[in-house]
Design a protein around this ligand. Structure first.
Ligand code: GLY
Length: 309
């Protein structure tokens, strides 16, 4: 059987995929290094990718130094920290939460949505109510540091997302385990000082994250509105399904966004992807996007290929 290679012209036999690919974990940004260490601790002991990615990004959610995810995340323009997250397992099952407040680990709540409800996504007060039903504790997520920065912002209230803000953003993590299973997780506090109720790409299946049980996984970071308009993670995995390498697929995903933006490139997007062979790819619009990669227990930070200029 041949992959059709519709978008890329590539033709590879679907059954040429290795049955014994080595595990690999990819995460967005430098905070991904710590998330990868945690995820690797699970995968190296024959653990499941779904448990690895949940545990990995929980580490980032609980880190008050990361100002774009979970605790310590920048609030919206009303001073509220609102969180978005989604998760997908090796079967392509999915769970998501959005516009969630007062819950430290949105990724674990997204997993509960996936496993314990007939739904894929819960938002706002409904998601928070479900969290308490499942035993999650109410937690203040606005740290003193984030509150001070917000009060400073209020003096001008200028809203302009900044490329590579503080060099980090959402954490997206994708993994292939020793059982040849993919999973992925994506979690964020979204854009600093966004409008109340704004939801970005991170909890949207196919935008911030997509996992195809047979072919691979991709996740996104950066200005979510741009990713949503091209359903970037789904696009990348679909291109891999049609025969593109993860690198080719990530580059095409970025090109699609640049075209859609008519080359007004005052934003950053980064994509990372892995395939069934344990190969990976990463691309971004601008310089500054790094990703963490773990193979054979070695954790490294690498620069993504830059597509603008
Ligand atoms: N990529 C995160 C967001 O736009 O909310």
């Amino acid at each position: 059987m041949l992959g059709t290679g519709l978008a890329t012209g590539l033709k590879i036999p679907a059954d040429s995929y290795s049955k014994e690919s080595k595990p690999i974990i990819l995460s967005t940004w430098n905070h991904g290094l710590r998330a990868n260490e945690v995820a690797w601790d699970i995968i190296k002991k024959n653990g499941k990718a779904i448990d690895a990615v949940e545990a990995g990004v929980r580490e980032t959610e609980a880190d008050p130094k990361v100002s774009s995810v979970g605790l310590g995340g920048a609030p919206d323009r009303d001073g509220k920290v609102t969180l978005d997250a989604c998760i997908m397992n090796e079967l392509g099952d999915a769970g998501a939460v959005a516009f969630l407040q007062n819950i430290l680990h949105p990724i674990s709540l997204a997993r509960k949505v996936m496993e314990d409800t007939p739904h894929v996504m819960l938002v706002g007060l409904g998601a928070e109510k479900f969290a308490y039903e499942k035993g999650f504790k109410k937690t203040e997520l606005l740290t003193a540091k984030a509150k001070l920065a917000y009060e400073e912002w209020l003096k001008t209230s200028k809203y302009k997302p900044i490329i590579n803000i503080e060099n980090h953003d959402t954490i997206g993590q994708i993994a292939l385990d020793k059982h040849q299973h993919f999973s992925g997780a994506c979690t964020t506090s979204g854009l600093s000082y966004k409008m109340s109720g704004r939801v970005g790409d991170s909890p949207i299946i196919g935008a911030g994250l997509f996992v195809d049980p047979e072919y691979g996984a991709a996740t996104a970071t950066g200005l979510g509105e741009k990713v949503m308009k091209t359903l970037g993670s789904f696009l990348i995995v679909e291109l891999m399904r049609q025969g593109a390498s993860p690198q080719e697929a990530c580059e095409e995903g970025i090109k699609r966004i640049m075209k859609q933006a008519n080359n007004k490139l005052d934003f950053q997007i980064g994509y990372i992807a892995i395939d069934k062979n344990g190969h990976h790819g990463a691309a971004a619009v601008h310089k500054g996007f790094q990703y963490a990669i773990t193979q054979e227990g070695v954790h490294e930070l690498r620069d993504a290929k830059i597509m603008a200029g």
